[in-house]
Design a protein around this ligand. Structure first.
Ligand code: ATP
Ligand code: MG
Length: 427
């Protein structure tokens, strides 16, 4: 016997037992996105490696260590997307969508990062991503946070908490960056290799280091919010006032950063205490400088990404069980001619009863076995065609789930109406 081929490390199957929860999250998301007038966009899973290097930045975990990069047959360096913003911005530029446009977009799909797999952290995972492009805020910043808060409410999630911060503008950050470099140079011993490398390239990234000695030093580092320019201070005050007005609680976390130059002003993160150490559920921020850096005309924008696996897990922990997608009708037959009749009957019912699931028993089996499978399917009514029924042009209708122990016969022409009537009565 040949050896089984295992799945790729860190890449998971979502089995049908879990699909109900996924679809529940996805349906709720669509309803919320629609309610705010955001539109779906779909972009490729693979892009030129250069796109992510430029959009995400060289001094990030994602670009330094986590990208799935390969050379294709034509010699191009391509990368499986680790996030969606870069591709969406590229799509807006490639399709000429900018030109002063105001775009409210979202996207959902798999992302790929070569990380150490653990609970809540995978190498292929799904994100729901939203971008508001062409808006300087802070009104739209408030709107997209309200949108996420509405999603949690819709999903019944209470164990998610909002943190916000402001990064100011790249100009005002320069002075702060110098202060930060001074500070960390005085504590060089506490930095790990990543920290030392980032000290020159991107010292803000040290603030969200996961290295414990570095975290200790970070506690007393200068605080960015105390070094904001006047306009960013006003923007941040308005963001807070807007969240207050909508009754959305938050805490200001001065350590919440994005290390790249094109990030500006608002950053936020929804974190949870319900998932252990992988506690970030949704992270977002304003990236007013990115689009120009990608070669598009300067356009302010803000967006966020949420980890769908983590949201699904929170929904499960909240005790939500998605309604199972059960069929209504189970059609069974015995003998080749009757089986053909069963397939034809099922097609007719699907025409006549849209919105109802009609399952046909495939493969031959005793009626006793077929009835057991019908019960297991969760269907409410069985339709039976034996050789005798076939010869007489009738179908037997038998309620399932022990509802009534009766069985009646109807001519094939009538069966759609009879089933419809039965389903109406038995709900
Ligand atoms: P972390 O600090 O947990 O690595 P991140 O800063 O890399 O997070 P983002 O790039 O902001 O995360 O991604 C947005 C969201 O996507 C995260 O808040 C998280 O919910 C989810 N996410 C990120 N990486 C993974 C992963 N490897 N597996 C599952 N979900 C992930
Ligand atoms: Mg990460």
């Amino acid at each position: 016997m040949s050896r089984n081929i295992p799945p790729v490390t860190g890449m998971k199957d979502v089995l049908s037992a879990d699909i109900g929860l996924w679809q529940h999250v996805e349906r709720s998301w669509r309803a919320v996105a629609d309610a705010y007038g955001y539109e779906e966009i779909r972009v490729p899973v693979v892009e030129h490696t250069e796109l992510f290097k430029r959009a995400i930045g060289e001094y990030t975990d994602v670009v330094e260590k986590e990208m799935y990069t390969f050379t294709d047959q034509g010699g191009d360096s391509l990368t499986l997307r680790p996030e969606a913003t870069a591709g969406i911005v590229r799509a807006c530029i490639s399709n000429g969508l900018l030109r002063g446009a105001r775009l409210k977009l979202w996207c959902q799909g798999p992302m790929f990062r070569h990380e150490k797999p653990q609970k809540g952290r995978f190498r292929q995972f799904n994100q729901i991503d939203l971008e508001a492009i062409g808006f300087a805020g802070p009104d739209v910043d408030i709107e997209i946070i309200a949108l996420t808060a509405r999603l949690w409410k819709q999903l019944g999630l209470t164990r998610v908490k909002l943190q916000i911060n402001s990064l100011g503008t790249p100009e005002s950050r320069k002075a702060y960056r110098a202060l930060l470099q001074d500070y960390f140079r005085r504590h060089l011993d506490a930095l790990d290799d990543d920290g030392k490398r980032r000290l020159e390239g991107n010292p803000l990234r040290i603030l969200d280091s996961k290295h414990p000695p570095t975290q200790e030093i970070v506690k007393n580092a200068p605080v960015l919010t105390e070094h904001l320019d006047a306009e960013s201070t006003a923007h941040f005050a308005e963001l807070r006032a807007g969240l207050d007005a909508l009754g959305i609680p938050y805490t200001v976390n001065p350590r919440l950063v994005r290390g790249l130059d094109y990030y500006s002003r608002t950053v936020f993160e929804w974190i949870t205490d319900a998932l252990g150490s992988q506690d970030a559920v949704c992270s977002g921020g304003r990236y007013d400088g990115l689009i120009a850096q990608m070669g598009g005309e300067a356009t302010p924008a803000i967006g966020f990404a949420m980890g769908v696996e983590r949201v699904v897990e929170l929904v499960r922990l909240a005790g939500m069980t998605a309604p199972a997608n059960l069929p209504d009708v189970f059609v069974m037959a015995q003998g080749d001619a009757a089986q053909r009749g069963a397939l034809a009957l099922a097609e007719k019912l699907r025409d006549e009863l849209p919105g109802h699931g009609i399952v046909v028993h495939c493969g031959s089996a005793k009626f006793k076995t077929q009835f057991r499978r019908a019960d297991e399917s969760g269907a409410r009514v069985a339709l039976v065609i034996g050789e005798d029924e076939l010869a007489r042009g009738v179908v037997a209708l038998k309620p399932l789930k022990g509802a009534e122990n009766t069985q009646s016969e109807y001519p094939v022409a009538e069966i759609g109406a009879r089933v419809a009537e039965f389903l109406r009565r038995s709900t």
